[in-house]
Design a protein around this ligand. Structure first.
Ligand SMILES: Nc1nc2c(ncn2[C@@H]2O[C@H](COP(=O)(O)OP(=O)(O)OP(=O)(O)O)[C@@H](O)[C@H]2O)c(=O)[nH]1
Ligand SMILES: [Mg+2]
Length: 339
């Protein structure tokens, strides 16, 4: 980022980085365009912002009558505790995993390039859901051009391979390189997992997308050697957290929910109105370090704007403790928001 930008621009850029909803991202981009100092040093960035605005506007616009775009939108609105994209070579079993974990009816077939569109589905874990997005394959020969836009709202990637296919040694670097060409980088480091990675620090470019990835070694029913994926990572010099699973038998899949929950540092919060019991069914989800104010924003924008204080019941507070909006919430907290 150029050093001589204004505080307003920085604020817009920060908001853009945090925004997950495509419409919200578009708003942030417009704000970035409005606030960016218009001089030679920012020309490239201005051009980047413009092209992103164009791209997102097209993705979000309803098909025009007789217009160019008549197909479905390729951007999936993020829902649940986090959005994870299923990325991998053809035939690895992405759709089989998706169908098994989310109950979706995404198409599965023994030949490559079966999936053509992003298919969302909700994967339940305890009292929350992770959103999994099934995607077409990425290969040396082909990657759908819209995949880049589809991956923007994601919180992470499940990199699915057929662990028995010797070609996966070449396929993984090809996929990573193809995405890197489009400024999408698969990262080994997750907020909540220990990591020995020597990855370079994240670059200061608002349009670079750094997505933490878990390597999913699928089809272990065909060759149940748990060491296989470790050897593969050694060979490739990679240290993604890895799971060995079978979409066919379900083996190993029970570990995915807990792993994602820990890796993403999900924090579940129940809200209640004064004098009423808490809604213990569906928690709001935020991340470790997020505050009472972040919870209020999820409940309603007006509640966030008027928020004065909260009362909290939970592990790290005494019952009904009064806190300010900046208090960090903990998993399982019950929060009463006061205006
Ligand atoms: N034995 C075994 N077969 C599997 C497993 N997972 C998927 N398959 C089979 O592998 C083939 C491809 O599965 P898909 O789920 O369509 O693979 P995909 O990665 O979505 O493929 P594309 O959409 O073409 O990229 C199908 O014949 C599946 O039945 C598994 O864990 N074990
Ligand atoms: Mg598929």
């Amino acid at each position: 980022m150029p050093t001589n930008v204004t505080a307003d621009y920085k604020k817009a850029e920060d908001a853009f980085r945090k925004a997950r909803d495509p419409r919200e991202r578009l708003e942030c981009l417009r704000e970035m365009m409005r606030t960016i100092p218009k001089h030679k040093g920012t020309e490239h960035l201005q051009a980047d912002i413009k092209s992103r605005i164009k791209q997102l506007t097209e993705e979000l616009s309803a098909p025009k009558k007789g217009g160019r775009r008549s197909g479905p939108s390729h951007v999936v609105r993020s829902e649940g505790a986090a959005q994870l994209c299923l990325v991998g070579p053809p035939n690895a079993g992405k759709s089989s995993l998706h169908a098994r974990l989310t109950g979706s009816r995404t198409e599965i077939a023994p030949y490559p390039f079966t999936t053509h569109l992003p298919i969302p589905g909700m994967f339940p874990h305890e009292n929350i859901h992770f959103q999994l997005v099934d995607l077409p394959p990425v290969s040396a020969e082909f990657m759908e051009p819209w995949l880049v836009a589809t991956m923007q709202p994601a919180d992470g990637v499940l990199l699915v391979i057929d662990v028995n296919d010797p070609e996966c040694i070449e396929q993984i670097p090809v996929i990573m390189a193809r995405l890197a060409e489009k400024k999408i980088f698969l990262r080994e480091r997750w907020p909540g997992l220990p990591c020995e990675s020597k990855e370079p620090p994240v670059a200061d470019n608002p349009f670079q997308l750094d997505l933490p990835a878990i390597l999913i070694a699928n089809k272990c029913d065909l060759d149940p050697d748990p060491e296989e994926v470790i050897v593969l990572e050694e060979l490739l010099g990679l240290r993604f957290p890895a799971l060995t699973v079978s979409a066919e038998t379900g083996e190993g899949l029970e570990k995915l929910g807990p792993l994602l929950f820990q890796a993403l540092e999900v924090v579940r919060v129940h809200t209640k109105s004064p004098g009423k019991p808490a809604d213990m069914e569906k928690p709001f989800t935020v991340r470790r370090g997020d505050t009472v104010m972040d919870v209020a924003r999820l409940v309603h924008r007006e509640i966030a704007e008027g928020l004065k204080f909260a009362r909290i019941w939970g592990k790290s507070v005494f019952d009904g403790q009064q806190t300010g909006p900046e208090h960090a919430v903990e998993d399982g907290d019950v929060v009463e928001l006061h205006l």
